[in-house]
Design a protein around this ligand. Structure first.
Ligand SMILES: Cc1cc2nc3c(=O)[nH]c(=O)nc-3n(C[C@H](O)[C@H](O)[C@H](O)COP(=O)(O)OP(=O)(O)OC[C@H]3O[C@@H](n4cnc5c(N)ncnc54)[C@H](O)[C@@H]3O)c2cc1C
Length: 1002
């Protein structure tokens, strides 16, 4: 009956007890309370049927309130005057239409349920999965903590005793139901319409009158102020039309103004921005929130992309917080939310926060040339692409689906960029007989799932209380004052919980208890704050104006409906799964290039072979006979070559393995010296992996330093030396000694020299004879503690790290050949690689375009505390460091390497111990071990800390390498204990050297 035909017929519409302007959830619930309390209610709505395209998470209080309305209606009016469902005799009970134990959830059409065409389903879905994913980086690397929380049990039946009247309590509690906003609103609207129809047809004074497609007259005549300040209203019928490409509403031609008169109570709830409240002088101000991050109070504002993806998110509330980084590496926390509907594969509302630095500017992002007209369709198309790509990636992260799969899905809305700004009014009282409520009074953050709750459960309940007060004899003035104050109080509660959404990580709509659980698991204190920069946001706004009314428009992206259950939540952070698994079926085919079959090389081959389903072909200069049986029998192919340093030979060898292997998916080699030919072969064969250009940068010491310097990273002054003169000129330029001379390629300390005078430099260069083909690198000598940083990268993202420190440095040992080296891998993350060093290391790898794998950086801690990069290699560390890493983390690092290289997966490994390696000082001259002193005693004394001893044997040749020939490996939970024990070994143990002939035992 709410049709245009009623325009002139205002039967029962005059001077109502309650007038609602705007018929969203707040107003309709308020009207229902008014009617349930025996009042006449009139509603005026500018649009037709409810249209709101969002999906709500709903607290159980709403269901209990519907139950109470049902009860009050029957008690007051008797069953005869309760609307029916369709043509049936079935009473239209709001609570059971919304949810019931006997009916089920699913893909519904609200009207079909209301009209009892569909008697098996109800409108709401219940929440079965409450999940929180904390993907914020920790200690500079990706980290994941997943909290799976117990969802609240849905109530058996509505129970008025369970209605909470304190909005903080309501919002602090978790949501029980999920429902399409439009379905809920249609349910409320149809109920009101049916009451109206029942009364008009039954000849009763209508309890409800609805004027849809109407508004308060758009001129000052719309409001009629009485002497006592109370307001009367005049409304007009509307016609909506497309006028020359613009959407306009005008008074319906030929229609007459309707005199509503003066209601006892009116309520304006017209959404975010109410023109009527504004016309009455109501003002909202931006809400400022102090995040305690040093910036003071700032406007509570955030940008989101919203979209409806057709995927079976199901009865699920999944929230995620993740780290995003701007070009300067500054970290931002961004949130995403996925809301579904039980058994409905077409509901996957995904909202994705946009970090402040993201501008979606096609010119800045390099999609369009400088100067492109921002009004051109190309500009908008490029902007649209950037927005969609960003959205699809984040939706993929929250739904655990590859971005490409997300892009195949149908979207009936969005992604649409909108800005949320919290705003609130000072007083909800507009006139002696009216208030403003719902979003029109104030709005918090929608991620709290609190807007509809605040309006429908909070504000509308205050109308119920108003009528209770009136019935109890409370004067109107006093009752309406309380109503306005309570509206403000409810909204303040929403703003209070919303404030946390801007700065704290954990989601408020999970309930206080669950929040405590999540905080404990994430490991990042709740008081921690993310960075935020306001400037770019302003720029983004000026690029494409945002219009919140776009919520009301529908955009369609054709595609498929994903009706299968969502993929399981992965234990690993998405950044650690950057490379898709290379396995086809159960198999991953790889070719490994190895110059030799020494034990260290074999360990890498075994690391790759240990991955289930690996089919491995080996290309080597070594003989197959050198392979242990256990490895040989697991090889799918073996090809011997004369020189693995020749890309051509590698390509040919891969060709020869084709029959057994097909095209390998990966071409790997653990040895630094052969990365360039390996990369060249990869390129020629079209196999993914490090490119030749990147490999050359790592191999060329001066090119690498150039890249690091360009990235603004601290390195020593250096020069490429192609002749003795070059070197002497560099010495002169630096002007002081000592200097360091090393090979231009490779980083072995064994070939690194320190020269203390000009004369020493000359003698060394004359001996080494650098040329253009075989250059050297000359560097200033930098004093400092030598350290390393080992980093696992996945798809260019640093995924994990560990660090070691040396005592004394390798150059120092080169200077004092007898000295003993000690290496510690401390248990503490910050020792020695504090956050600054880690950032420096990660930035270096980024500058050198390290994509995937385990790399090793050597760096120095200068006496003034500042770090400096000495070298970067794109392959696993040499010497004992890999063994130390394995010991400290209780993991087989070769398998870890294999998993990353073969499967593209890396699971961060917690550090369990501090570990150390002690090498031995020597005395005497000679090339062989004469005797080892003090070892047995100290090993006995140290006891369980010692995990491995490699004791040199008398007569064994002595290599003089600082990290070779003999060592002790130690492990303990405390770093200080390891350091102390290492020192004890260095003091107590010494190797006596002698000439081989003299020391070889018989
Ligand atoms: C993405 C998103 C997700 C959300 N999720 C949740 C959630 O999970 N849970 C939750 O509780 N809340 C949620 N909300 C918030 C919730 O939708 C709103 O807070 C709620 O709809 C506000 O209700 P309202 O009655 O105040 O106004 P609205 O629902 O906006 O209704 C206002 C009505 O007034 C009409 N109107 C406007 N101007 C006039 C006029 N001049 N004359 C006549 N009629 C007029 C409009 O047409 C409309 O029908 C979400 C919001 C968004 C944006």
């Amino acid at each position: 009956m709410a049709t245009d035909a009623l325009d002139d017929d205002v039967q029962g519409g005059r001077a109502p007890d309650f007038l609602a302007l705007g018929l969203g959830g707040t107003s309709m619930m308020a009207m229902l309370w008014a009617v349930a309390m025996g009042r006449r209610a009139v509603g005026v709505e500018m649009r037709g049927d409810p249209f709101l395209g969002v999906h709500w998470n709903i607290r159980a209080d709403f269901y209990h309130q519907l139950g109470l309305i049902d009860q009050l209606m029957v008690e007051r009016y008797g069953e005869q005057r309760i609307p029916r469902r369709g043509d049936s005799d079935k009473l239209f009970r709001l609570a059971e239409t919304f949810y019931g134990r006997e009916t089920r959830a699913g893909d519904i059409v609200a009207d079909e349920i209301i009209d009892a065409f569909d008697v098996e389903q109800h409108i709401a879905g219940t929440i079965h999965h409450v999940e929180f994913i904390d993907d914020r980086w920790r200690d500079g690397v990706p980290h994941r903590a997943v909290s799976l929380l117990t969802p609240p049990a849905p109530p058996d039946r509505p129970d008025a005793a369970l209605i909470r009247t304190n909005m903080s309590e309501v919002l602090d509690g978790p949501s029980t139901f999920q429902a399409g906003a439009a379905s809920v609103l249609v349910m409320l609207r149809r109920y009101l319409e049916k009451v109206e129809q029942l009364d008009l047809e039954g000849g009763f004074e209508p309890r409800v009158r609805l004027f849809t497609r109407h508004r308060v007259v758009n001129t000052p005549d719309g409001f009629v102020r009485q002497e006592d300040g109370c307001l009367g209203f005049r409304v007009e019928a509307l016609q909506e039309l497309d006028y020359r490409g613009k959407f306009v509403r005008i008074r319906r031609p030929g229609s007459r103004v309707i005199e509503i008169g003066v209601p006892e109570l009116f309520m304006i709830a017209q959404g975010f921005h109410s023109t009527d409240a504004e016309r009455l002088g109501f003002k909202q101000v931006d809400v400022a929130v102090d995040h305690q991050d040093g910036r003071g109070p700032v406007v509570a504002q955030a940008d989101f992309l919203a979209g409806l993806v057709e995927a079976l998110v199901g009865g699920r509330l999944r929230r995620r917080i993740s780290s995003e980084f701007d070009e300067q590496g500054q970290e931002y926390w961004v949130r995403q939310i996925a809301v579904g509907h039980e058994e409905d594969p077409e509901v996957g509302w995904c909202l994705v926060q946009v970090p402040d630095f993201k501008s979606f500017d096609p010119i800045r992002e390099g999609l369009l040339p400088e100067g492109t007209d921002t009004q051109a369709p190309e500009y908008f198309a490029a902007y649209d692409t950037l927005v969609y790509d960003f959205y699809a990636k984040h939706v993929g992260d929250i739904l655990e689906m590859p971005t490409e799969e997300i892009k195949k899905l149908q979207m009936v809305y969005g992604p649409k960029l909108f800005t949320l700004i919290e705003r609130v009014g000072a007083d909800a009282l507009l006139a002696p007989n009216g208030v403003v409520a719902g979003d029109s009074f104030g709005n918090g953050h929608f991620l709290t799932s609190g807007g509809a709750m605040t309006g429908m459960v909070g504000h509308s309940w205050r109308v119920y209380e108003y009528y209770q007060a009136r019935d109890a004899g409370v004067p109107h003035q006093q009752a309406i004052r309380t109503l306005a104050d309570k509206i403000k109080e409810d909204t303040s509660c929403w703003l209070h919980v919303s404030a946390k959404e801007y700065s704290e990580a954990v989601p408020i709509n999970f309930g206080a208890e669950r929040i405590a659980q999540i905080t404990a698991l994430g490991g990042i204190p709740a008081s921690a704050r993310a960075a935020a920069i306001e400037a770019t946001r302003r720029q983004r706004h000026s690029l494409i104006p945002l219009d919140p009314s776009d919520w009301r428009r529908v955009f369609l992206r054709n595609g498929k409906v994903y009706a299968a259950p969502l993929p399981e939540l992965h234990a690993m952070h998405p950044a650690l799964r950057g490379q898709q698994s290379r396995k086809k079926g159960a198999r991953a085919t790889i070719a490994v290039v190895a110059p030799d079959l020494q034990p260290a090389t074999l360990r890498f081959i075994e690391g790759a072979l240990s991955q289930p389903g690996t089919k491995l072909g080996l290309i080597t200069q070594g003989s197959i006979d050198a392979l242990p049986e256990s490895v040989r029998e697991r090889l799918a192919a073996f090809v011997g070559v004369a020189d693995v340093g020749d890309a051509e030979q590698i390509v040919r060898a891969v060709g020869q393995m084709r029959k057994a292997l097909g095209q390998p998916e990966r071409l790997l080699g653990p040895t630094a010296a052969f990365q360039v030919p390996l990369a060249e072969a990869r390129e020629r064969l079209g196999i993914e992996g490090m490119t030749a250009e990147v490999a050359r940068t790592f191999a060329d010491a001066s090119l690498m330093r150039q890249r690091l310097a360009e990235a603004g990273l601290p390195i020593a002054r250096h020069a490429r030396i192609e002749s003795v003169q070059d070197g002497m000129a560099f010495g002169t330029e630096i002007g002081y000694y000592p200097l360091v001379v090393k090979p231009h390629q490779g980083t072995r300390a064994r070939h690194t020299y320190r020269v203390d005078t000009e004369e020493e430099l000359r003698l060394l260069l004359e001996r080494l004879q650098p040329t253009a083909e075989c250059p050297l690198l000359c560097e200033e000598y930098v004093e400092g503690r030598e350290c390393t940083l080992e980093v696992v990268c996945m798809s260019g993202v640093p995924a994990w790290f560990s660090a070691t420190r040396f005592e004394p440095g390798l150059l120092e040992i080169a200077r004092h050949p007898g000295a003993a080296l000690r290496i510690t891998l401390p248990r503490e993350q910050d020792d020695p690689a504090d956050p600054l060093v880690r950032r420096m290391g990660f930035a270096a790898l980024k500058a050198l375009r390290m994509d995937a794998g385990l790399s090793s950086l050597r760096w120095l801690r200068r006496p003034d505390g500042t770090p400096l990069i000495a070298d970067v290699t794109a392959r696993p560390p040499v010497g004992p460091i890999l063994s130390l890493m394995a010991l400290a983390h209780g993991a087989d690092m070769y398998r870890v390497w294999g998993n990353a290289a073969v499967n593209g997966l890396f699971a961060p490994i917690p550090r369990l111990y501090a570990v150390g390696a002690a090498f031995f000082r020597t005395q005497g001259k000679g090339t062989a071990v004469a005797a080892v002193h003090g070892l047995d005693e100290i090993v006995r004394e140290l006891g369980d800390i010692v995990v491995q001893v490699q004791a040199p044997r008398a007569g064994q040749p002595w290599s003089n390498a600082p990290d070779g020939d003999g060592f002790v490996l130690l492990r303990h939970a405390e770093t200080a204990v390891v350091d102390e024990a290492l020192k004890g070994i260095a003091d107590a143990v010494w190797v006596e050297l002698g000439e081989r002939a003299a020391v070889v035992p018989a």
